[in-house]
Design a protein around this ligand. Structure first.
Ligand code: PLP
Ligand code: COI
Length: 345
């Protein structure tokens, strides 16, 4: 039996914010091994002031969503890929991988326990899961922790960008998101700490996000602070930027599959020069939080680039990709094998 969503929350008015929910999954690592792990009700964490996470930002995280489907189930979208990516992120920061099967079990457990907080089908809101791992024991010399905590908190969310599917206006950042051979390709808290100043600046100036170029030459498109970028050419080809310092977005990889196998679009995952942007017909940001958010205009140091699909609505190809992807996530379109995990199975 799946419990209905609570009736005392205005689901369609939710923004992308934190709402404390009753249960979180917690598992601790000590003496070289993960403990059993399970659900806890305490949202606060008590740690030494000298914990590695506070001193040296030893922290990695993930983001995925749970959805109510048209036929009343609760499902998650490709959580195995989050588990794999988190293990990669952890390895880069000298943290122990959290086992993939344990991760999948934890996802189901924590969503099931909070199922009244999974927004109703059609409300425009979803349950966002934030798995994260931190180094918890005290360290003062620069070295990794030996004890860790893995958690999954869940919070119901609405659209990441105000206005939902309305095209956004972004700027080319003067700052870099990632260094060559750095940590851009993993999901570490430190990548987001460095993006806080640029995003505050961008918001003050009236932009929704920052577009980062490759830090070495500033000639190639990388991604934004919280999403990968997709382009559609005038002849209907999907183009996505490739670089070692871009986070390998699960949404972007899924969109490429959908384009090729559901929409018959040719797909190119390759380096994209910033000078090519003037020639594309459509552009969007993609990610778990962003879903597919169309970009209508870019400000490159005062030079305005108007994407031909405009500021009023998504371009036609972006709309097809959006409808197919969200259709798969919410059970309206048949999913490829293994993409949808039902929390009751
Ligand atoms: N790029 C960055 C920097 C992100 O923070 C995210 C969010 O997770 C993404 C891309 C999109 O990744 P995914 O589609 O796996 O959520
Ligand atoms: C996600 O999409 O899950 C992210 O982690 C992006 C973040 C900026 C909210």
């Amino acid at each position: 039996m799946v419990k209905e969503a609570r009736t005392d929350i205005k689901w369609s008015e939710l923004g992308f914010g934190y709402v404390e929910t009753p249960y979180r999954y917690v598992c601790r690592y000590k003496n070289g091994a993960w403990e059993e792990g399970g659900l806890e009700t305490e949202a606060k964490i008590t740690l030494s002031e000298c914990a590695c996470v506070f001193q040296y930002s030893q922290s990695v995280f993930e983001g995925l969503k749970a959805y109510r489907t048209e036929d009343g189930k609760i499902v998650c979208f490709r959580p195995d890929l989050n588990a794999e990516r988190m293990a990669m992120s952890a390895a880069r920061l000298e943290m122990p991988p959290f086992p993939v099967d344990k991760f999948l079990e934890a996802v189901k457990m924590v969503v099931k326990a909070n199922e009244e907080f999974v927004p109703p089908y059609g409300s425009g809101a979803t349950l966002y899961l934030r798995p994260f791992m931190i180094g918890t024991n005290p360290v003062i010399g620069v070295k990794p922790a030996e004890e860790f905590e893995f958690r999954i908190l869940v919070t119901p969310v609405g659209p990441y960008f105000k206005g939902g599917a309305k095209p956004i206006y972004i700027k080319v950042s003067d700052f870099d998101r990632a260094a060559p051979h750095g940590t851009g390709g993993i999901k570490a808290g430190l990548n987001y700490a460095m993006s806080l100043h640029p995003i505050v600046q961008a918001h003050k100036e009236g932009f929704a996000e920052n577009m980062y170029l490759d830090p070495q030459t500033r000639t190639k498109v990388e991604e934004t602070g919280g999403a990968n970028i997709i382009f559609v050419t005038k002849d209907g080809k999907l183009v996505t930027p490739k670089s070692e310092s871009i986070l390998p977005s699960i949404t972007r990889r899924s969109i490429c599959y959908v384009a090729e196998h559901y929409l018959n679009m040719p797909v190119e995952h390759r380096e994209v020069l910033f000078s090519e942007v003037d020639d594309f017909a459509e552009m969007g940001l993609c990610g778990t939080a962003a879903v597919i958010s169309p970009v209508g205009r870019i400000n490159d140091h005062g030079r305005i680039i108007d994407i031909p699909s405009g500021m009023e609505e998504m371009g036609p190809w972006t709309k097809k990709l959006y409808d197919t992807l969200t259709g798969i996530q919410m059970g309206r379109v048949e999913a490829p094998e293994g993409w949808i995990v039902c929390i009751d199975e």
